[in-house]
Every structure is written in C-alpha cells, then in structure tokens.
Design a protein around this ligand. Structure first.
Ligand SMILES: NC(=O)c1ccc[n+]([C@@H]2O[C@H](COP(=O)([O-])OP(=O)(O)OC[C@H]3O[C@@H](n4cnc5c(N)ncnc54)[C@H](O)[C@@H]3O)[C@@H](O)[C@H]2O)c1
Length: 361
C-alpha cells in the first residue's frame, strides 16, 4: 500500500522538541523533518545534535507548502501566537499543552481553529497512555458502575529549578503541569465540570513566580465530584522530571502520582510510582458492603513511557491522521474545556470563592 508521506516541522527544540523529532523520525508517514528555534546559533547547534535541517526564520516554515504538520514544543508563552500563524498558513498543528498562559490566549487558539477549519490537537498525551486508557476502558465497560468520586494526588520533587522559563513564568503550574490531570478527570468522569473551588497554601518554593501547591475541587454537572492535590517539594529524589525518566527510589521517597476513581459498583487505582493499576469490585452481604481487589496489572520500567507518558505513541498517531486527511482524535474544543477548569481554579484561588465554569467563556 502506498503511504502518503508528509513533511513536518518541530517548533522549539528543547527537551520536548527532541521527543517530537524522535517520534517524527519513527513515523512511516513522515518525510522530511525541519526544526525551528528563534536564535540562529541555537537553531544550528540543535540541528546538529538532532540531525535535522533547522532554521531561525519562521517564514521559511510557514511558506513551505510541503510542510503539512507542525509540532509546537516551544515555551508556553508563544503557543497561541505560533498556533495562530501555522493554522492560518494552512498547516495542521499539534501544540503542546497548555493552550497558552491566559484565557485570552486559549480563546485566540480556538478562534484560529474555527476560522481556518484546520487540524488542531493539543498534546494531552495521557489519553494515549496505557495506564489511563486501561482505566477508561474499565469505566466504559461499566466495571465500576457510575463514576461518582475521583481523587488524584501528585507529589513530586522541585525539578523546575531557579531562573528557568518555568519558575519565572506568570502562568501557573495548573496550566503547565496540572492541565494533564484535570483533563484525565474530565475524561474518566465522562461529564463536564460545573463548578470549581481551589485553594493553595503559602509557597515553600519561594523562587517560583506562582504557587507551588494546589488543591482543586470540582463538581460535575451530574453531581459527581473530584479532587486534585498537587505539591512540588516532598519527593526526596531530585532527578529531573520523574515522568521522563523514573527511577525505582522514587516509588517510596515522597513521590506519588495516583488516581482513585470510585464508582457505584467498584473502584480503580492508577499508580505511576508503583507501576500498577488495580480494580476493586463491590458486592453486598447481609452485614455490609463488601469490597474485593479483583484485578491488578503491573508494568516493567522498560514500558514506562507507553504506560504513563506516551508522547511518542500520540505523535505517531497524529502524523498518521494528518497524512490520511483525518480529523483530530481529541478536538481542540475538548482541550479548551480542560483549560476552562484550570482558569476557573486560578480565579478561585485568587478570589477565594467557588467559580462556576459558565463564568469562563
Ligand atoms: N506533554 C507533556 O507531557 C510535556 C512534557 C514536557 C514539556 N511539555 C511542553 O513542551 C513545551 C516545551 O517544554 P520543554 O520541556 O521542551 O522546555 P525546554 O526549555 O527544554 O525547551 C523550550 C524550547 O523552546 C525554545 N523557544 C523559546 N522561545 C521560542 C519561540 N519564540 N519559538 C520557538 N521556540 C522557542 C527554547 O529555545 C527551547 O529550546 C512546553 O510547552 C511544555 O509545557 C509537555
């Protein structure tokens, strides 16, 4: 069968840009790969390291009709502007989360997608990760009944460091990190959020330009509730982003990334640092409700990336979708709904009140 190969470009050639380049190299649907960095010297040095042709002239990417798909892996502050330019130049776009740093930027991206009708998907790759696709399949098969309550706790070390774009950013960790985990909660619960109440305590990490901890509570339209609890300073092992390279010591040194999804007939736990997913089944007895663990799946370290951080798998799929002229698997509008929850949480923390999602439009 003939494969329609497309040329692609990766904008922003840092850590995540490298992951995007590697996925493009592995795709049978990708022909030539171009890279872009705004500073000439960095474009040249990253081009050599990644073994691709690079440029510091964005117009050469925008004006090249053979480039059909652009991966945006630049810093968050330029996501909206780059997405707008690329969509209006006729390209399909996979943009890393978050959809900009402000509600106005997220709306700007949605407008560009609506105006052009072009392909835009946001990089919420957790929806391609086996840990979470397994949980979702169990929920959809009715194995826990109706999901009514969901908890996520994510505790990690401080790995954003002093004086980086991440620690200096005025955009919060809710967009930069937690948007993935809010997105999964919407996906698992299968409903839209109605209202949000979020709190944060004074910082431990005083050199962050934003809070280092969040407790985000959500109520869904159907009455289900969920909670996301994030702290960035307890994990003892400081070893870069643990989700990019997880080491065994992190499984019991204060790192946690767990979901508990409670339904009317059972429950699911996903546990990144213990490399497992489990399921409970509830039944009745004359005395009480009875709960039993009926399924446990473990995965080896070698499969970490596909189990909880499957950018590679997501990107292989995106290249295939675009080469075949298909639509995004997860719409930009769906990602925007997750961003609305995040912005509502930011307002709730600032104004110390419950925020209705309907306010964020
Ligand atoms: N999906 C995920 O799980 C995941 C994981 C890590 C990072 N990310 C996202 O990927 C993006 C990049 O993160 P990273 O870890 O690679 O950061 P990084 O600091 O390693 O790389 C950012 C790159 O962007 C470049 N850049 C700066 N201004 C630019 C501009 N105007 N145009 C193009 N490039 C520009 C920088 O020179 C740098 O090479 C961020 O949006 C981040 O949120 C997503």
């Amino acid at each position: 069968m003939d494969i329609n190969r497309i040329d692609v470009a990766v904008l922003g050639l840092g850590g995540m840009g490298k992951t995007h380049v590697e996925a493009a190299k592995a795709s049978p649907y990708v022909g030539k790969i171009y890279g872009y960095e705004p500073e000439h010297e960095r474009a040249v040095s990253r081009g050599k390291e990644l073994e691709i042709e690079t440029t510091s002239n964005l117009d050469s990417i925008l004006g090249n009709p053979k480039i059909k798909l652009v991966y945006i892996a630049a810093i968050n502050a330029v996501h909206a502007e780059l997405t707008d330019k690329e969509l209006r130049a006729g390209k399909a776009v996979l943009c890393e989360k978050p959809m900009g740093e402000t509600l106005a930027e997220a709306r700007f991206m949605i407008k560009a997608e609506k105006d052009t009708g072009n392909f835009l998907q946001i990089g919420f790759e957790a929806r391609y990760s086996t840990l979470y696709t397994t949980a979702k399949a169990w929920i959809d098969a009715g194995l826990i009944g109706r999901p009514v309550n969901c908890h996520c706790r994510y505790y990690c070390s401080e790995f954003h460091k002093k004086n980086t774009w991440r620690s200096n950013s005025s955009g919060t960790l809710i967009g930069e990190k937690l948007s993935h985990y809010l997105d999964l909660q919407r996906w698992f619960m299968g409903d839209e959020v109605d209202e949000v109440f979020s709190m944060n305590s004074p910082n431990v990490v005083d050199y962050f330009n934003h809070p280092d901890n969040h407790q985000i509570n959500m109520r869904f339209r159907n009455g289900a509730v969920s909670n996301l609890n994030f702290i960035m300073f307890i994990g003892e092992t400081d070893h870069s982003d643990p989700l990019l390279e997880m080491i065994d010591k992190q499984s019991d040194d204060g790192h946690h990334l767990q979901y508990y999804i409670f339904g009317t007939k059972g429950a699911i736990e996903t546990d990144v640092f213990r490399r497992r997913i489990r399921r409970w089944e509830f039944s009745d007895s004359p005395e009480q409700l009875v709960s039993k663990i009926v399924e446990t799946i473990r995965f080896p370290k070698e499969e970490d990336q596909t189990w909880f951080h499957n950018v590679h798998g997501q990107n292989l799929r995106i290249a295939e979708l675009v080469a075949k002229g298909m639509k995004p698997e997860v719409s930009a509008k769906n990602a925007y709904e997750t961003m609305r929850v995040g912005f509502a949480a930011e307002i709730s923390e600032r104004e110390k009140r419950i925020v209705k999602i309907a306010e964020i439009c």
